[in-house]
Design a protein around this ligand. Structure first.
Ligand code: F6R
Length: 596
């Protein structure tokens, strides 16, 4: 959370470049935004609470500078006000700093600096940094030495960028918060994430924890804490800048829902040998799954629940854990593979869990969307879901990508008896998702239930994670009360919540025992006058008990849980759109949660 950007080398264009970068990073936080530009001996800082447009409205013209940094904030210390917005400055106004992360010892530092006469403007942890630098500069240090000395005092997580009046350079440090450099012929960038500068270059350098960087007109250098130069590899980004635009859709979320057929094709490409009835995941080599622990948060946790169920039904003992709990109370892990499931590969809770596993010598696998992310780099193995950039805060195509990747992992390591049928279903999955998107009546259903008291989602087996995910999507983008339940649990308590004003979305596919039992639960809510929306492939008679039906094509039971989720994504999207919610930037949320 929080996005930072910096650039050197775009004189005349620096402000526009920084603000453009912030627009691409807003998914990381949108409580406030700000910029700092060095113009010779002057340092200009402009910042404003609210979304980026609020900053744009106060920027005006005439702000010059050859070196710039910017920040978009997701509040951790102090409310989203103008003064708490970054960049933060020292007492002289000559040092400006932007920060993503949490400085854990800030109170001690603040007390110490306050006692020495420094005056603070904000409630943030970040503000101690420019004041520490100020002291070092006053003692005669160069800006680079002052920055290093200040960083050495910090405990916690940080991606930091600093500019000092009179120096045409950006100073950078990283610990536990993502940072990547972008290398263009005429400019050098730094950012929390690649979309911030993808328009200008596809060449990047990922910084590691404990590394420092300096960007100036001559280029860039990366050093360790002692100032020793580090040789870094330059990577090439394989997706285009256009992929981070809305392509004519009203919202990124809707665009990303519609991108699912393509995202799933990418996930499957080169990995499925239908004739041979085999899956090849070259990146995993001979990896054996004797016992698996899956650690994740939010939507990725729902994917982990789904993945664990798949693996268990193929005979592999696999258990999902909330990452934050796994990190602090890890279960016994002998011979387990720990799989970190994370779209971003930067979620602090999930990284803490995989790091705890590594600390105990346990093998790790990252199942992630983000090439070069911290989790991808730190894990022993990586399985990319290849969904392409996801900008909407609500995860959609990447959940489908995670579900699909789990199918590949299960097929490759513990193929079910009906592996050939599943492989055929995976082959058809992108076009089946397209059919759902083309024929869905979710918008009309959303219209009918706009004034509901609450929305409930039920499912059994592989549809249970889908019920949880349906409810999470609904609550995060509509701000309405929504809950997901294992269908069989309804009668053990939640049924008390069910009324004529609480529609129940039931996912029922196939015509087996699970379908029959879930239909029993549907009858229970129907008897309490609750409206029922059935998501179904039409193979059972659930339609008889439903007020509305959202159809999906017949598929394998494992892939049916991917298709049914698409219908629920659309219901949430259209409900939020009709309620006029901020769909891509829901209140209080950020896409990438890089604090624990
Ligand atoms: C919900 C959502 C979040 C994330 C969670 C984990 O739509 O996006 O719940 O799933 O913050 O993020 P990653 O997958 O990046 O670890």
């Amino acid at each position: 959370m929080c996005g930072i950007i910096g650039c050197v080398g775009r004189r005349g264009d620096t402000l526009d470049t920084v603000v453009h970068g912030l627009s691409k990073l807003e998914y990381r936080g949108y409580d406030s935004a700000g910029v700092a530009l060095v113009d010779g001996d002057d340092l200009h800082v402009v910042k404003k609470s609210g979304e980026l447009d609020a900053l744009r409205s106060v920027l005006g013209g005439g702000l010059e500078g050859s070196v710039g940094i910017g920040h978009t904030r997701w509040s951790t210390h102090g409310p989203p006000t103008d003064t708490n917005a970054h960049p933060h400055r020292d007492c002289t106004g000559d040092v400006a700093v932007v920060h993503n992360g949490i400085i854990e010892n800030y109170q001690t530092l603040r007390d110490e600096l306050g006692a020495a006469g420094h005056s603070f403007q904000s409630d943030t942890d970040t503000e101690v940094v420019p004041h520490l630098i100020e002291d070092e500069l006053a003692a005669g240090s160069s800006p680079e030495t002052a920055f290093r000395a200040a960083v050495a005092r910090l405990e916690g997580s940080y991606a930091l960028a600093c500019v000092v009046a009179g120096t045409e350079r950006v100073l950078v440090a990283r610990n536990d918060s993502p940072l990547v450099l972008g290398l263009a012929d005429d400019a050098t960038f730094l950012a929390s994430d690649v979309p911030a500068f993808r328009e200008f270059t596809d060449r990047v350098v990922y910084l590691e924890d404990g590394e420092f960087a300096e960007l100036d007109a001559d280029g860039w250098t990366v050093t360790d804490a002692d100032g020793v130069a580090i040789e870094k590899s330059v990577h090439t980004i394989e997706w285009d800048a256009e992929e981070t635009g809305k392509s004519g859709y009203d919202h990124f979320m809707l665009k990303e829902i519609h991108e699912q057929p393509r995202a799933l094709r990418q996930c499957l490409r080169g990995r499925v040998d239908e004739l041979g009835g085999r899956i090849t995941l070259e990146e995993l080599g001979e990896l054996a799954l004797d016992r698996v622990h899956l650690v994740a948060a939010g939507t990725s946790y729902h994917a982990a629940l789904y993945g664990a169920e798949l693996l268990r039904s193929s005979g592999v003992p696999a258990y999902p854990f909330f990452a934050h709990e796994y990190a602090t109370s890890p279960p016994p892990t002998e011979d387990a593979l720990v799989v970190g499931v994370s779209q971003s590969g930067e979620t602090a809770d999930t990284l803490a869990a995989t790091r705890e596993a590594q600390r105990r010598g346990v093998e790790t696998l990252a199942l992630t969307n983000t090439v070069g992310s911290t989790m991808a780099r730190e894990s022993d193995h990586v399985l990319y879901i290849r969904s392409g950039p996801e900008i909407g805060v609500a995860a959609t195509k990447t959940f489908a990508g995670q579900q699909t990747a789990f199918n590949l992992l299960a097929l490759a390591t513990a193929p079910p008896a009906d592996a050939r049928e599943l492989i055929a279903a995976l082959r058809d999955l992108p076009s089946d998702v397209q059919q759902v998107l083309d024929e869905s009546t979710a918008e009309a259903v959303a219209d009918v239930y706009l004034d509901s008291d609450a929305y409930f989602f039920i499912g059994r087996g592989l549809h249970y994670p889908v019920a949880l995910e349906g409810a999470l999507k609904m609550k995060e983008i509509t701000y309405e009360h929504a809950e997901g339940f294992a269908a069989g649990e309804l009668k053990h308590g939640p049924l008390a919540l069910v009324t004529a004003d609480t529609p129940v979305f039931a996912t029922v596919t196939g015509d087996g025992e699970q379908a029959r039992k879930t239909i029993g639960n549907v009858k229970e809510v129907e008897a309490r006058d609750a409206p029922v929306v059935a998501v179904t492939d039409g193979r059972s008679d659930v339609e008889r008990y439903a007020d509305h039906v959202l159809e999906i094509p017949e598929s394998h039971p494992r892939t049916a849980a991917i298709l049914s989720n698409v219908q629920l994504q659309l219901v949430s999207y259209y409900t939020a759109a009709k309620l006029g919610r901020s769909i891509d930037k829901p209140r209080n949320l950020a896409k990438s949660v890089t604090v624990e």
